[in-house]
Design a protein around this ligand. Sequence first.
Ligand SMILES: *Cc1c(COP(=O)(O)O)cnc(C)c1O
Length: 401
Amino acid sequence: MPYLAPAGTPVTISDVLHGISRAARGDEVAGALVDTLSRLSGLPRAWPVSSGRAAMTVILRAMRRTATDRERDEVIVPAYTCYSVPAAIKRAGLKPRLVDIDPATLSPDVGLLAEADYTHVLAVVSSNLYGLPNDLPAIESICRERGVWFLDDAAQALGASIAGRPAGAFGDAGLYSFDKGKIISTMQGGAIVSGAHALASEIASETGAMPSTTLAESVANVAKLAIYSVFLRPALYGIVRALPFTGLGHTVYDTRFPITRLSPPLTAVAARLLARLDALAASRHRNAAALRSALRVLPGIDVVDPLPGAVPAYARFPLRVPHARRASLIAALVRAGIGATASYPHALADVPEVRARLPANQPDTPAARAVAAAIVTLPTHAYCPPDFAGRVRDAVIACVD
Ligand SMILES: *Cc1c(COP(=O)(O)O)cnc(C)c1O
């Protein structure tokens, strides 16, 4: 039976061949991607790198070296976000401090953020989960008042905006990811964006010293991308998702990721996918709007609403359901061929590797825990068929009865 992957971007074989054909012109393709990222973010500087977590590690190291107070070693992160975020913080030699989230919007709770203990804080990181912009203007002004850096993590929010400004472009530096579940996907990859300031020079020297990918790695990247481009199709995804060795859908805390430049073929593919961003965004918006009107009237379903003034990118469509109903609801959707997921299984405070590194005066984060127990994400990508929202609604209703 056809199966809609939980997230993804259609990549064609022609995109992959384009990447291969341009791979020898590494500097030229990198320049083209940098120009596109600058245009999208409105920021003058951009650097393609091997992943979003590599981008975060590089930015945090540069922030530490550029900080006036070198003793500051804590990074405030939303208490429910991707586990790669605390992993990158560890890799940068820093420690996480959690701020609880607003369960209705998934944004860091700005009241709690304003009251946090900043004694040892170097930087604050946003999450913009599922492509819904956090309250970035408020986070930015709190960071300015407190004199700490703000890293706008738009790994899932390429193309989103709030108050007329792109996600990723708030604060001092931002990042995007091109990994499997993100807005565009080259299987792995990411980018840093920033303004032109002292921090940017430090980021430039970090990225300048980065190793390039080897030819063998580039070949492996292209092979993986070719497989992805074929198997993301609904007709075939149902087969791969059943294979245990793919690791699909598993969330891991791993600090041993490579930190290199983005390989030339993937750089070329990323630039080509970004040229289609408007069309990709339009189909995500259509699917999200259809899901919203189909689901918001159903009892027991809380659709997560964007903040006022936000234009989400909808990497996925998030909703909250009572925990007792969640497993059966997801099972019903999966039986209907729809890649519904429970997203990250735990709040960061309940991830043992993170918990062990939290400060002694870390407040509890009950809202993040409640969201981890209640969240469901639905696909929004361009492979979703026109009757998709109706099928989701029918599966949800059948499950309640
Ligand atoms: C995916 C993700 C990252 C890390 O990006 P990778 O390219 O997978 O390393 C960072 N932050 C958030 C919020 C993410 O979703």
